[in-house]
Design a protein around this ligand. Structure first.
Ligand code: NAD
Length: 228
């Protein structure tokens, strides 16, 4: 069985990383337009760099939780693909081997003039003055609001092949990511694990709601899938 798991910020909440919309629409106290758009970078690259440096340091200090670990365990019995909106690396560190990062990965940098030039960042800090091989400023390897999502077509192809589709910890409000569920075959069982599942899922009647935190709901479901 090919299980596709689509995750959002909620799966990392119990690792101590704040979700995106938790706090009056602010992300860790910042307005998205000030830190996560190409316009913000053009206006104040220092602020953007500082915002992601703080996030990166927190992510490197965070640990994968029971939900990330349970998803990795599923590979013992099933073909598993994780499609994540998260820019953290907690799925990798929990042991999952097949991960699509729709919105990039904060532990990497990319050239600000050539997005195909991508590098590992050593440590938590990316500085103004750190340059790519074309002598251009390095920026975080993340997809900002208003930018194209290069991995979306690969993710769509994966969703079309899903025999079971599990959604964890996402408000399903950031597009095009949220549209992925529409590409999953109508005959495929779809499960949403999120404490707010009942409020989120009004547009998707065919999805089964599990109103639980990831660290409770995911290990329970994985146990069932490993024993069946
Ligand atoms: P979101 O903040 O819009 O939604 C988070 C969802 O998680 C909500 O539905 C909430 O009910 C749920 N949630 C909260 N605590 C939970 C828990 N313990 N277990 C399970 N679910 C829980 O997040 P989103 O839909 O992923 O969209 C936000 C965007 O911001 C993403 O595209 C992502 O790139 C970015 N982001 C990433 C991180 C990260 O990498 N960890 C963190 C914040 C934001």
């Amino acid at each position: 069985m090919h299980i596709v798991i689509f995750t959002g910020a909620g799966i990392s909440a119990e690792s101590g990383l704040k979700t995106f919309r938790g706090d009056h629409g602010l992300w860790e106290g910042y307005r998205v337009e000030d830190v996560a758009t190409p316009e913000a970078w053009a206006r104040n690259a220092e602020l953007v760099q500082e915002f992601y440096n703080i996030r990166r340091r927190a992510i490197l200090e965070a640990q994968p939780n029971e939900a990330h670990k349970a998803i990795a365990l599923l590979e013992e019995k099933h073909q598993v693909t994780v499609i994540t909106q998260n820019i953290d690396n907690l799925h990798e560190r929990a042991g999952s081997t097949n991960i699509v990062h729709l919105h990039g990965l904060i532990t990497k940098s990319q050239s600000s003039i050539d997005p195909t030039l991508i590098y590992d960042i050593d440590g938590w800090e990316l500085k103004i003055g750190d340059l790519c091989e074309k002598q251009s400023q390095l920026r975080p390897h993340v997809v900002w609001f208003g930018e194209a999502v290069p991995m979306i077509s690969i993710a769509i192809g994966i969703c079309k092949q899903a025999d079971l589709f599990i959604i964890v910890g996402t408000s399903l409000q950031v597009y095009p990511a949220a549209s992925l569920v529409n590409y999953v075959p109508s005959t495929t069982k779809k499960i949403l694990i999120d404490p707010a599942a009942d409020q989120l899922n009004k547009n998707y009647e065919e999805i089964i709601n599990v109103s639980a935190k990831a660290c409770i709901g995911v290990p329970m479901l994985v146990k069932e899938l490993l024993s069946s």
